[in-house]
Write a protein that binds this ligand. Structure first.
Ligand code: PLP
Length: 421
C-alpha cells in the first residue's frame, strides 16, 4: 500500500506563493538541498583520497553546475556539448572528464584544452591512441554485472553496450602497448543500486583492472546510487556501501603497494531530491463507479518523461489553492496534459494505470510532483503537443526565489523550421 506523500523541501505557503509569482507548471530547485547532497557525497568513505564528479546530464542548468563547483565537485560530461556547457559555467577543463557513447566530433580540440577522456570502446581507445600516442587516458569497462532497478536503467552486463566488455582485456592491453598509452584511471558505471554486495563486487572487478595497468592512479566506480523518491523506497546509505569499498582499497594497497584514489560519479544522488515541479489541477474526470477518478495536471511527459519511460514513481502532493482544513484521502489516477495514452504519472512499468492515494484535490488546486531534480527537465519529450519548455526557478539559501530558465515562448519552438511551401 502506497502511503501519503509529503512535501520534501517546500512548505504549503511557499508552493502557493511560487505558483502565484511564477505561474504553473514550474520546476523549483533548492540551493540548500543541493549543497547538502554535495556534502554527503564528499564524505563518501575512502582510504587514500576521493574525487566526486557530477554526472551533469542529470540536470545541466548553469546555476546548478555553479553550486556544485563551489562545493568542489568535478564534472562527468556525456558529450562534447556538455563539455562546452561545463566550461561556460566556469569549470576548468582539468576538472572535466568526457565519457561519451558517441565519439566526439573534435576530440583533439577538447583534449588540448585539458579535458580528460574516458575511452568507452575499443574504437574510441584506438582513435584516442592515434591522436595522442603516449597520452593519458581513462578506460571504461563493463564488468559483466549490473544493478539497475529496471532493465532500462541497467548499464552493465551482457545486455548493455556501455564500456569495454571485461573479456576484452587483452585487446585493451595491445592497444595500450601499441600507442604507448598511460592508463591513469579505470572506470565502471553499472546503474542504479543501493546493495553493498553489488558495490563490493564492482569494486573488486574494477580493482582488478587497476591491477592490470600499473600506471592507474584513480579508480572510478561511476554513479547509480539509488535514492528513494517515494516514502516506501530505500535510499542508498553512502557510508554503508562505502566502508567495504574503502577496505578493498586498503587491501589493494597492502598487496600492491599502490594507494589508489577513489572516484564516484553521482547524478541522481546529488540532484534528484532537490527539485519539485509545482503544477495545477486543470481538470478532474471519472469513468463511473467501476472506473477511476482522474486528475489532469497542467504538465505532462514533456516536463517529466520518467513515468512513461520506465514506470518511475514520483510523489504527488496536494496543496490546496487557499489554506484549507485537512482534506480526506482519495484514490486518483494522475495524468499529464499531452494527447498521448502514455502520459500517465501513476502507472506500472509496462503502462498499466494504477491509483495513488492523495489528499482530495479540486480543479485549480496545486499538485507538487516531488523528486524531479534529475533526468526530468534534462530528459523529456520537450515540445510534444507544442507545449513550451517548462520554466525553472531556484530557491536560494537567502530565501529568495529566482528564475534560472524562463518559460519558452511559442516562437522558440518552431524557430528552426523552414517554410518552403
Ligand atoms: C549517467 C551517468 C552517471 C550517473 O548516473 P546516476 O544514476 O544518475 O547516478 C555516472 N557516470 C556515467 C558515466 C553516466 O553516464
Amino acid at each position: 500500500m502506497t502511503s501519503i506523500e509529503k512535501l520534501k523541501f517546500l512548505n504549503e505557503e511557499q508552493v502557493r506563493s511560487i505558483a502565484e509569482t511564477f505561474g504553473t507548471p514550474v520546476f523549483v530547485y533548492s540551493q540548500k538541498e543541493i549543497e547538502r547532497r554535495c556534502e554527503e557525497a564528499l564524505s563518501f568513505p575512502n582510504a587514500f583520497g576521493l574525487q566526486v564528479r557530477y554526472a551533469m546530464k542529470a540536470n545541466p542548468n548553469t546555476n546548478i553546475l555553479k553550486i556544485m563547483k563551489q562545493k568542489g565537485i568535478l564534472i562527468d560530461a556525456s558529450s562534447e556539448y556538455e563539455v562546452s556547457r561545463a566550461l561556460a559555467s566556469g569549470f576548468p577543463a582539468e576538472s572535466i572528464m568526457l565519457t561519451s557513447q558517441q565519439f566526439p566530433k573534435d576530440l583533439k580540440k577538447i583534449i588540448e584544452l585539458g579535458v580528460s577522456f574516458n575511452a568507452c570502446s575499443l574504437k574510441q581507445l584506438e582513435a584516442y591512441g592515434k591522436l595522442f600516442p603516449g597520452g593519458k587516458v581513462s578506460i571504461r569497462f563493463n564488468p559483466g554485472l549490473g544493478s539497475g532497478h529496471t532493465k532500462k536503467t541497467d548499464v552493465g552486463g551482457v545486455a548493455s553496450a556501455f564500456g569495454i566488455w571485461h573479456e576484452k582485456l587483452s585487446e585493451v592491453r595491445s592497444l595500450v602497448k601499441q600507442y604507448n598509452l598511460n592508463v591513469e584511471k579505470v572506470h565502471t558505471h553499472i546503474g542504479s543500486g543501493s546493495d553493498p554486495e553489488v558495490w563490493k563486487a564492482v569494486a573488486k572487478y574494477t580493482l582488478e583492472y587497476a591491477e592490470a595497468f600499473e600506471t592507474v592512479k584513480v579508480v572510478s566506480l561511476g554513479g547509480g546510487y539509488k535514492v528513494g523518491r517515494m516514502a516506501d523506497e530505500k535510499s542508498t546509505d553512502l557510508q554503508k556501501i562505502g566502508e567495504p569499498v574503502k577496505q578493498q582499497f586498503i587491501d589493494f594497497a597492502t598487496q600492491h603497494n599502490r594507494k589508489l584514489i577513489l572516484e564516484i560519479e553521482p547524478g541522481t544522488y546529488l540532484i534528484a531530491l532537490c527539485g519539485a515541479l509545482v503544477t495545477r489541477v486543470d481538470d478532474k474526470v471519472d469513468t463511473g463507479t467501476k472506473g477511476f477518478t482522474f486528475l489532469k495536471l497542467d504538465t505532462g511527459m514533456d516536463a517529466n518523461t520518467r513515468p512513461s519511460l520506465y514506470g518511475a514513481r514520483h510523489p504527488l502532493v496536494t496543496v490546496t489553492k487557499h489554506p484549507d482544513t485537512e482534506r480526506p484521502i482519495e484514490e486518483y489516477v494522475v495524468v499529464g496534459h499531452c494527447c498521448e495514452s502514455g502520459d500517465l504519472f501513476t502507472q506500472k512499468e509496462g503502462g498499466e494505470a494504477v491509483t495513488r492515494p492523495m489528499a482530495r484535490a479540486e480543479i485549480d488546486d496545486y499538485v507538487v510532483m516531488e523528486a524531479v531534480g534529475a533526468y526530468c527537465s534534462s530528459m523529456s519529450t520537450k515540445n510534444y503537443n507544442s507545449f513550451p519548455e517548462t520554466g525553472e526557478v531556484i530557491l536560494l539559501s537567502s530565501g529568495e526565489t529566482k528564475w534560472i530558465r524562463k518559460p519558452q515562448s511559442l516562437e522558440e519552438i518552431y524557430k528552426n523550421e523552414i517554410s518552403v511551401i
